[in-house]
Write a new protein. Structure first.
Length: 572
């Protein structure tokens, strides 16, 4: 739906509701004015006079506001006063009818929806920077919007729940975040959200799977260039979504189970992952330390299955507490029932390394946490938080790790939006864990003096992004080290480090600074906030680039180049 069509819809509703009152007001005012003009009056000298149409309209207008300015331009005769009384009574009734119609119009849900849609379309049309459309504003959508705001990325929200849109409007974001209460699968609503605009960067689908597939299809038809990111927990439409070119964010429990395995065996990699996404409390200088030993898994639903599978794959002894767990194949150590103090003691909580509270009920999980701590005050506690509104209670419980499915999904989507290369880098480190301790951690600890999350961005050696670099590469070799010099003083280094180089589908983690660049190389950069601005300025300016490579600043004006050439010939 275009902006003009939304305006037509608002206008049509107003005209439909107000045409009766407007017509009645016109008729009443016309009859009243004609009567006042035709009924003769009398001036101060007793001469017979007739009021003009302008004075008649003026009289009808100010009396309709219940304001009296007297009888103008002359005092009225008895006949004029009788007609004025009739006009006043008739106009009062008509205005009451009109006001009632206005109240009905304002309370008309179709009008308020059309007006909100028009305001939303106007707000979206004012966005000039790249933005992301978020379809669904539940826990995951809310957390994603906050993450986008923290990264300075504008979002546009569509959700069918009016209460969620009202909650969106009450929140403070660093960037515009307009919202619309509507069905995101309707093409007109997606168009109002700016899907057909060139600065629409991506569409994030956080609705149910059937509706999500429809949104993905509409997105691909209306804007083939837009990136599609879908949450698909059950994988029922996984293949169809991938065939549309969508980035599918699978089950958050599977993702967390994998991350928990990292916390057990590669704590530095787990901490790096948390630090990159800006997780609260994540510190490169204090990697998480999970104890080794037997773990007690409370709950054997979706999360329980994935955690048990991950722990079993790494040969971690696990005892499962859950109702009907006796019939579950592949579970060797198990205690049937709910996780109470009795079943926790039976599972060996007094000597266990840790407890995983993984049920789908927040109250049960908090109860498990309290019971386990009462049995073993030193036990390591991992708890699942199902609902974001219970955050205060879970923070007060002081568990060692809190797993929130919506937060896991939001972080994975945020990483995908920033760059898919981030996940490639993390997966590469998992395959080469030695590189983490030898290169990655020492370089990052040297670069970052605090635990603030880094700025992450991708640069490509291309005509659009690095024209000066490509021009320079035609005559000489340009190394990665050349780009990482500070344009203010080339003896200094920029506050950033290349984490990954992608060249012709080959991935190089922590590339050597002496490596020569080639066209179409992609670099995943990690650095402090002002490093990106300085790097962008350096690679776009041939004079700055010449200074970074050679150490000499070439003349920039014709006169300066002439003087420089003359000086070179004279000295020669």
């Amino acid at each position: 739906m275009t902006k003009s069509s939304s305006l037509d819809r608002v206008t049509a509703i107003v005209l439909r509701e107000m045409r009766g009152p407007i017509f009645m007001l016109i008729v009443v005012y016309t009859i009243g004015m004609v009567g006042i003009v035709l009924i003769p009056g009398q001036d101060a000298d007793g001469n017979r006079v007739h009021m003009s149409f302008f004075h008649a309209f003026y009289f009808m207008t100010y009396t309709s506001t219940t304001t009296g300015f007297g009888e103008l331009p002359h005092g009225f005769t008895e006949g004029q006063r009788m007609w004025a009384i009739a006009c006043l009574l008739l106009s009062v009734v008509t205005w009451l009818y009109a006001i009632g119609s206005i109240v009905r119009l304002i309370s008309n849900p179709h009008f308020t929806r059309a007006l909100a849609q028009r305001r939303f379309a106007i707000a979206v049309s004012r966005i000039r920077e790249p933005f992301v459309i978020i379809c669904g504003f539940g826990d995951t959508g809310s957390l994603l919007a906050r993450g986008l705001s923290d990264r300075g990325i504008t979002g546009v929200v569509i959700d069918e729940d009016l209460d969620r849109i009202k909650a969106l409007r009450l929140r403070q974001y660093a960037v515009p975040m307009p919202g619309l209460c509507a069905d995101a699968s309707v093409p007109g609503n997606l168009t109002d959200a700016g899907l057909d605009r060139p600065n629409c960067r991506a569409v994030v689908v956080l609705t149910d799977e059937d509706l999500g597939l429809k949104i993905a299809v509409m997105t691909r038809l209306l804007n083939p260039a837009a990136q599609i990111i879908c949450r698909c927990p059950s994988r029922s439409h996984d293949e169809e979504l991938r065939s549309l070119g969508s980035a599918v964010i699978a089950d958050p429990f599977e993702a967390y189970a994998r991350k928990f395995a990292l916390a057990l065996h590669w704590p530095q990699l787990y901490t790096l992952d948390e630090w990159i996404v800006g997780a609260r409390g994540a510190s490169l200088r204090k990697p998480i330390q999970c104890p080794f030993g037997t773990w007690i898994l409370c709950g054997y639903g979706r999360m329980g299955h994935w955690l048990h599978q991950a722990l079993s794959a790494h040969k971690v002894p696990t005892v499962v507490i859950a109702p009907n767990v006796a019939a579950e194949p592949g579970v060797d150590q198990k205690v049937e029932g709910v996780a109470t103090k009795t079943t926790l003691r039976e599972a060996g909580a007094a000597e266990a390394a840790g407890v995983l509270a993984a049920t789908n009920n927040d109250t049960d999980n908090l109860s498990i946490l309290l019971n386990a701590r009462a049995i073993n005050p030193d036990i390591f506690l991992v708890v699942r938080q199902n609902h974001h509104e219970n955050e205060l209670a879970f923070n007060a419980a002081k568990a060692n790790l809190i797993m929130q499915p919506s937060l896991v999904s939001a972080r994975r989507i945020l990483l995908t939006l920033i760059s898919p290369l981030i996940q490639v880098f993390l997966d590469g480190l998992e395959a080469q864990p030695d590189l983490l301790a030898k290169k990655v951690y020492p370089r990052l600890l040297e670069l970052f003096k605090d635990d603030n999350p880094p700025a992450l961005w991708v640069v490509r050696v291309s005509v659009n992004e690095m024209p000066a670099v490509l021009a320079m590469m035609r005559t000489r070799s340009v190394t990665l080290h050349d780009l990482l010099r500070d344009p203010r003083d080339r003896t200094w280094s920029l506050g950033c480090v290349p984490l990954l180089l992608v060249r012709a589908e080959a991935h190089t983690l922590m590339p050597d600074p002496d490596m020569s660049l080639q066209e179409d190389d992609q670099l995943l950069m990690c650095g402090v906030k002002n490093a990106k601005r300085l790097l962008d300025a350096a690679v776009a300016n041939e004079y700055t680039l010449e200074y970074l490579i050679t150490g000499t600043a070439p003349p920039r004006t014709s006169l300066a180049r002439l003087i420089h050439s003359w000086s070179a010939r004279t000295s020669g």
